[in-house]
Design a binder for this molecule. Structure first.
Ligand SMILES: *[C@@H]1O[C@H](CO)[C@@H](O)[C@H](O)[C@H]1NC(C)=O
Ligand SMILES: *[C@@H]1O[C@H](CO)[C@@H](O)[C@H](O)[C@H]1NC(C)=O
Ligand SMILES: *[C@@H]1O[C@H](CO)[C@@H](O)[C@H](O)[C@H]1NC(C)=O
Ligand SMILES: *[C@@H]1O[C@H](CO)[C@@H](O)[C@H](O)[C@H]1NC(C)=O
Length: 740
C-alpha cells in the first residue's frame, strides 16, 4: 500500500482530532449546524460558511485558518476553531440552528472495540444482546488496580450482585474505599515474593506498575470521554472496556518493576476467585502451565490466557492446556503516520509517537547518517548534537531484532543531544519503544526503502536538512489490518503438540487503556487476552448455560482468517507471511458472530479430569490416551505424527435452530487427502442435538515434513459457517527431527 495515499485520505479526519492540541489553547473546535442547504451548488454553500465565519472572526484570512470542515452535501454547517466569545457570537446568528463543542464519541481510543464491530450504536450485536456486560463478574489476576482511575467509577451501578462472596482486602494505600460497586473485591498475594521485589511496591492491591489496571480497564472499563495517549492528543477518543458494565474482581499476584508473578500466588488467586464467584478469569501472564485452572473450568468458569511475547519464533507459545483459551495478538486499523520533509521538499512518511512538538523542533534540522548498526562506536565518530540522526537496524536484523537495539540507540542519541532520530528497520510494529523519546523528541520509524531515499538525499546534498511534523492518528480501512503482531508467540506447543495453540487472535498492539490516572498505549498478548476475556464475559451473559468449551468453540469457529477486503490475514515477522493456525489459531476474533455459532465442539469436564490424571497419576491406558490427544473434542485438529493414515473423531452439538442441515467443506492440508464422514449432517427437532463424525487424513507424499495446514467448515447454506483449523505433520522416520 502507498503510505502517502493513506496519509492524504485520512488527513482531514486526523486534523479534526489533533488540531485542537496544536493551536491557540484558548480556541477549540466547534460544530456549527445550519440545517437544510439553501443552495444546490456546494461551492456557494461553502462560500456562505466563510462569509458567516468572517463576520465573527473579522478577517477572511482568519476564517480560512479557522475552518476545519465545511458540510455542504447532505446538510449545511461547518466545523471551525473558535474562541469562546466568537462561538457565542456565532450562536446568536439566525442561520445557526445549533452549535456545540466537538466531542470525541466512538472514536479511536479503545478503537480496538470499534474495530471488532462492538460499537455502542450497534443495536443487534453481542454488546447489546449482553446488555453491555451488566453484572457479569470478571476476575483479573495481574499486578493489581489503580482504583481512582475514571474507568472504574461506580456511578450508576446497582448493588454488588448477591452471589458475590469475595472481599476487599485492604493494605498500603488501599483502604475499603478502594472497592466500590465497580471494583467489587480485591485480594493480594505477596507471600512468595522476595523482599527485593517487594521493595518499593504497594503492599496491597494497588497497582504500582500499571499492567493490571490496563488489562482490567480493557475488559470492563466504563466510558471515559476525551482521553488520549498520555493526554497528548494521539488516538484521542472514548476509552471503554469490551464489557463496560461488568464488575471487576482483582487478584494481585504480580509484583515489582518487572511484574513477577509467583506460581503459588497465582494458584491461591485462582482458588479464591472460584470461591468468590467470578464468572470469567483473565490472566495476562505466563508462560507456564497453570494446572489449577482445571478447577475453574470444571466449575463452568472460562479461563483466558495470553500466548506470550516470544514471537515470531516457532514453538514459543505458552499456556497450552486444552481447557484454557490462549490468545495471540494482532494489530488494529490505527497507525500513527508522521511526515518527514527533506530539504528538497520531498515528503516521506514514517511512524512515531511525536505529539509534543515544540516550535524549535518543528524547524528544519541538519541531518546526519549514522549508518547501519548505528552503534555506540559509530555514533561516537560523528557529532550528532542538535541534529537529526538517521540510523538503520543492523544488517543482520534476524540476529539482533530492532526491538533489542532501538532502546540503546535512543538512549545514546538522546544522551548526545541529538534533535531527532529516524530509525530504519524491516516492517514490524514497535512503537512503544518510542516512549523513551517522551513524545518531545521526534523519533520516527521508517522502512528500508524510505531510509534509502533519505540516505540518497543526504549523500548528494552539502548540508542536508529534515523536518519532522507532529504525529497524526490515522484510522480506518486504509490501514492494512489485522495482522498478527511480530512479538506474538507462535505454535506449535512443545508439551502437547496435538493441542492447537494459540486458540484465537485479538487486538494487542498500541492498545490505549487506563494506567494510573492516565491512559497509555501498551502492546503485548497481555493486551489481547483481555479483549477475549470481555467477549467471553458477554457470551456468558447471553448463553448462561454454555460450558467453557462451548464458549471457546464459538469464538474459534467463527473467527475470521481474512481481512475485510477478503485478503488473507498476514503475520508479521521476518519475512511477513500469510498467517497460519500456529500464528492465530482459528483466526481473528469476530464477537458478533461468536454469539450465534450454529454448532459447537463441546467437551465433558470428565475429559479434562482424564487428561489431568494421565499427567499426574498415569494409569492403564494413559500411554495410548496421551499418544492420541488429537481425539480430544477441541475446535481444531492437530496431528503431529501422521504416518500413513489416521482417523480423528469429533462431535458437534447444534446450538442454532432445531432443524438444520450442514454440509462439510474441506480444505485438505497440502500433501494429503482428507475425507469427512458423514459429510452432510441433518438435525431434526426431537432428534439428537449432537452428532459424531470422523475425519480421515492419508499422506500422499512420503516426505518427512513440517506441518501443512487446512480447515474443515460446516456450512448450513445461510448464516452459519463453523470452521476449525487443521495442522498435520507427516513423520516417516522417528529419528529424523524437523530440523534435519
Ligand atoms: C482511604 O483512601 C483514600 C484514597 O487513598 C483517602 O482519600 C481516604 O482518606 C482514605 N480513608 C481513610 C479512612 O483512611
Ligand atoms: C480534552 O482533553 C484535552 C487535552 O487533555 C483538553 O485540552 C480539552 O479541554 C478536553 N476537552 C473536553 C471537552 O473535556
Ligand atoms: C557539535 O555540534 C554542536 C552544534 O553544531 C556544537 O555546538 C558543538 O561544539 C560540537 N561538538 C563538538 C565536540 O565538535
Ligand atoms: C525522557 O524523560 C526521561 C525522564 O524524565 C529522561 O531521563 C530522558 O532523558 C528523556 N528522553 C528524552 C529523549 O528527552
Amino acid at each position: 500500500m502507498d503510505w502517502r495515499s493513506a496519509f492524504s485520505s485520512t488527513l482531514l479526519l486526523v486534523l479534526l482530532l489533533v488540531s485542537p492540541f496544536f493551536t491557540n489553547a484558548s480556541s477549540r473546535l466547534y460544530i456549527v449546524y445550519m440545517g437544510e442547504k439553501k443552495h444546490d451548488d456546494p461551492f456557494v454553500v461553502t462560500a456562505s460558511h466563510y462569509d458567516i465565519l468572517t463576520s465573527v472572526i473579522g478577517s477572511k484570512d482568519g476564517s480560512m485558518k479557522s475552518m476545519v470542515y465545511s458540510y455542504k452535501h447532505g446538510f449545511s454547517g461547518f466545523a471551525a476553531m473558535l474562541t469562546e466569545s466568537q462561538a457565542e457570537e456565532l450562536a446568536k446568528l439566525p442561520e445557526v440552528i445549533s452549535m456545540k463543542p466537538n466531542t470525541y464519541h466512538q472514536v479511536h481510543t479503545t478503537r480496538s472495540w470499534d474495530f471488532l464491530g462492538m460499537n455502542y450504536h450497534e443495536q443487534s450485536g453481542l454488546l447489546k444482546k449482553a446488555n453491555y456486560g451488566e453484572d457479569v463478574i470478571v476476575g483479573v489476576i495481574d499486578s493489581g488496580i489503580w482504583p481512582e482511575s475514571r474507568s472504574f467509577d461506580d456511578n450508576g451501578y446497582g448493588p454488588v450482585p448477591a452471589r458475590w462472596k469475595g472481599k476487599c482486602q485492604t493494605g498500603v494505600a488501599f483502604n475499603a474505599t478502594g472497592c466500590n460497586r465497580k471494583i467489587i473485591g480485591v485480594r493480594w498475594y505477596s507471600g512468595d515474593m522476595s523482599d527485593e521485589i517487594l521493595k518499593g511496591e504497594y503492599l496491597s492491591a494497588r497497582d504500582g506498575h500499571g499492567h493490571g489496571t490496563h488489562t482490567a480497564s480493557t475488559i470492563a472499563g466504563g466510558h471515559v470521554w476525551n482521553v488520549s495517549h498520555k493526554q497528548g492528543g494521539l488516538a484521542s477518543g472514548v476509552a471503554h472496556g469490551g464489557a463496560p458494565r461488568a464488575r471487576v474482581a482483582v487478584y494481585k499476584a504480580c509484583w515489582g518493576p518487572n511484574i513477577d508473578c509467583g506460581g503459588a500466588a497465582i494458584l491461591a488467586a485462582i482458588d479464591d476467585a472460584i470461591n468468590d464467584g467470578v464468572d470469567v478469569l483473565s490472566l495476562s501472564l505466563g508462560p507456564g502451565e497453570f494446572w489449577g485452572t482445571i478447577h475453574a473450568v470444571t466449575r463452568g468458569i472460562p479461563v483466558v490466557f495470553s500466548a506470550g511475547n516470544e514471537g515470531p519464533i516457532p514453538q514459543t507459545v505458552g499456556n497450552t492446556l486444552p481447557w484454557v483459551i490462549t490468545v495471540a495478538a494482532t494489530t488494529i486499523d490505527r497507525t500513527f503516520p508522521t511526515m518527514i520533509t527533506l530539504g528538497n521538499k520531498e515528503k516521506l512518511v514514517g511512524q512515531s509517537l511525536y505529539y509534543k512538538a515544540t516550535t524549535k523542533s518543528r524547524k528544519f534540522q541538519v541531518l546526519v547518517d549514522g549508518g547501519f548498526g548505528c552503534n555506540t562506536e559509530k555514533l561516537a565518530l560523528i557529532n550528532v548534537t542538535g541534529k537529526v540522526v538517521l540510523c538503520s537496524a543492523p544488517s543482520q536484523a534476524a540476529f539482533t531484532p530492532p526491538r533489542q537495539v532501538l532502546p540503546g540507540i535512543i538512549r545514546h542519541v538522546a544522551g548526545a543531544g541529538a534533535a531527532g532520530l529516524i530509525f530504519a528497520q524491516y516492517t514490524v510494529n514497535l512503537l512503544e519503544d518510542l516512549n523513551a523519546c517522551n513524545g518531545s523528541m521526534p523519533c520516527v520509524i521508517v522502512d528500508y526503502e524510505i531510509a534509502h531515499r533519505i540516505r540518497s538525499y543526504a549523500a548528494t546534498t552539502r548540508t542536508p536538512v529534515v523536518e519532522v511534523s507532529p504525529t497524526m492518528t490515522a484510522v480506518g480501512s486504509g490501514v492494512l489490518s489485522p495482522r498478527v503482531a511480530a512479538f506474538s508467540s507462535r505454535g506449535p506447543g512443545t508439551i502437547f503438540p496435538a493441542i492447537l495453540k494459540p486458540d484465537i487472535a485479538a487486538p494487542g498492539v498500541s492498545i490505549l487503556a487506563a494506567l494510573g490516572d492516565s491512559y497509555e498505549f501498551m502492546s503485548g498478548t497481555s493486551m489481547a487476552c483481555p479483549h477475549v476475556s470481555a467477549v467471553v464475559a458477554l457470551l456468558k451473559i447471553v448463553h448462561p448455560d454454555w460450558s467453557p468449551a462451548m464458549i471457546k468453540s464459538a469464538i474459534v469457529t467463527t473467527a475470521s482468517v481474512t481481512d475485510r477486503f477478503g485478503m488473507p490475514i498476514q503475520a508479521e515477522g521476518v519475512p511477513r507471511k500469510v498467517a497460519d493456525p500456529f500464528d492465530f489459531g482459528g483466526g481473528h476474533i469476530e464477537p458478533d458472530r461468536a454469539v450465534d455459532p450454529g454448532l459447537v465442539y463441546d467437551m465433558d469436564p470428565r475429559e479434562y479430569a482424564k487428561f489431568h490424571n494421565c499427567i499426574f497419576d498415569p494409569k492403564d491406558d494413559c500411554e495410548s490416551y496421551m499418544r492420541q490427544l488429537y481425539q480430544l473434542n477441541l475446535p481444531s485438529i492437530v496431528v503431529p505424527d501422521l504416518r500413513d493414515s489416521v482417523t480423528v473423531w469429533r462431535t458437534i452439538t447444534n446450538v442454532g435452530a432445531a432443524e438444520a442441515t450442514y454440509q462439510a467443506v474441506l480444505e485438505a492440508p497440502v500433501g494429503m487427502t482428507m475425507s469427512v464422514e458423514p459429510s452432510v449432517i441433518t438435525f431434526t427437532s426431537g432428534g439428537s442435538r449432537s452428532v459424531t463424525f470422523k475425519v480421515t487424513f492419508t499422506t500422499r507424499q512420503r516426505v518427512q515434513g513440517g506441518y501443512t495446514f487446512g480447515s474443515l467448515t460446516w456450512q448450513d447454506g445461510s448464516t452459519h459457517s463453523v470452521r476449525i483449523p487443521i495442522a498435520v505433520r507427516t513423520i516417516i522416520q522417528d529419528f529424523v527431527a524437523d530440523t534435519s
